[in-house]
Design a protein around this ligand. Structure first.
Ligand SMILES: NC(=O)c1ccc[n+]([C@@H]2O[C@H](COP(=O)([O-])OP(=O)(O)OC[C@H]3O[C@@H](n4cnc5c(N)ncnc54)[C@H](O)[C@@H]3O)[C@@H](O)[C@H]2O)c1
Length: 249
């Protein structure tokens, strides 16, 4: 955990993909700082378990407008507004190239990593407008900034879309006082990373990062907390790069 503290008492927050990894760390940090956190995920088992400890779990598929409509209607009924939306759900499984990626996998990755952000924002905006300090934080990726290597082409393209969409949405919502920023991590050691990269691959990745290691989910959550806090109130449309210097390599 970080020593930096932000005040989220009375704030209502949504974290997508909150059942594990970066989303879980963010949901815990927001809850520890006083927010009422709604944890949205398709993983009902982990989500429900975590919900009991951290906030309120609502089974939600962020690629489905029907599912999102149901979820935000429930939040509207119980709390009447939303202060913080963290669009974190995303990721990829296989590392492919343009010639090997299946077009259906490409479409699914764009749905999960980019279209989901649009659908969630579209559904949440009426509730965010009722906040006095609305904040949207989109989780992008270094892959979307550099193209990266050993990544998925659809994932990198979708995350680049998240960064561009962040700027468009920041313009759209500025007059409502809602800020929209993205964060672009590079290598955060979550269970998903442990599953897709074996120990040797993880060591090679760590060695390729100037600071020589993976970032922890808690460290990244601290950045997300800043972007969700009052302290970042004059910042909008930015993508914050937090990558241990990997952007430079
Ligand atoms: N871990 C990293 O190194 C890294 C680097 C750059 C960017 N990111 C981004 O950070 C975010 C979180 O990554 P992570 O490593 O914590 O991932 P993770 O796989 O550990 O967690 C993702 C969560 O999203 C949920 N999810 C998947 N599909 C969903 C859907 N359709 N609707 C709702 N929930 C869904 C999963 O059930 C899971 O709980 C992702 O957007 C990822 O692309 C991660």
């Amino acid at each position: 955990m970080t020593d930096i503290t932000y005040e989220f008492a009375e704030r209502v927050a949504v974290v997508t993909g909150a059942a594990t990894g970066i989303g879980e760390a963010t949901a815990r940090a927001l809850s520890d700082s006083g927010a009422h956190v709604f944890l949205l995920d398709i993983d009902t088992e982990r989500g429900a378990m975590l919900g009991q400890e951290v906030g309120t779990f609502i089974e939600t598929d962020v690629t489905s407008l029907e599912s999102l409509d149901r979820t935000f209607a429930e939040i509207s009924r119980s709390h009447g507004r939303l202060d913080v939306l963290v669009n974190n759900a995303g990721g990829f499984g296989t590392q492919a190239t343009t010639e090997t990626v299946d077009p259906s996998e490409w479409r699914a990755l764009v749905e999960l990593n980019l279209t989901s952000v649009f659908l969630t924002c579209r559904t949440a905006i009426p509730l965010l407008r009722r906040s006095s300090a609305g904040r949207i934080v989109n989780v992008g990726s270094l892959a979307g900034q550099t193209g990266g290597y050993r990544t998925s082409p659809a994932y990198a393209a979708a995350k680049a879309g998240v960064h561009a969409y962040t700027r468009v949405l920041a313009h759209e919502l500025a007059e409502d006082g809602i800020t929209v920023n993205a964060i672009a991590p590079s290598a955060v050691l979550t269970d998903r990373i442990r599953a897709v990269r074996d120990e040797a691959e993880r060591a090679a990745t760590a060695a390729s990062i100037p600071l020589g290691r993976y970032q922890t989910p808690d460290e990244l959550a601290a950045w997300i907390m800043f972007l969700a806090s009052d302290e970042s109130g004059f910042m909008t449309g930015e993508t914050v790069a937090v990558n241990g210097g990997r952007f430079m390599t």
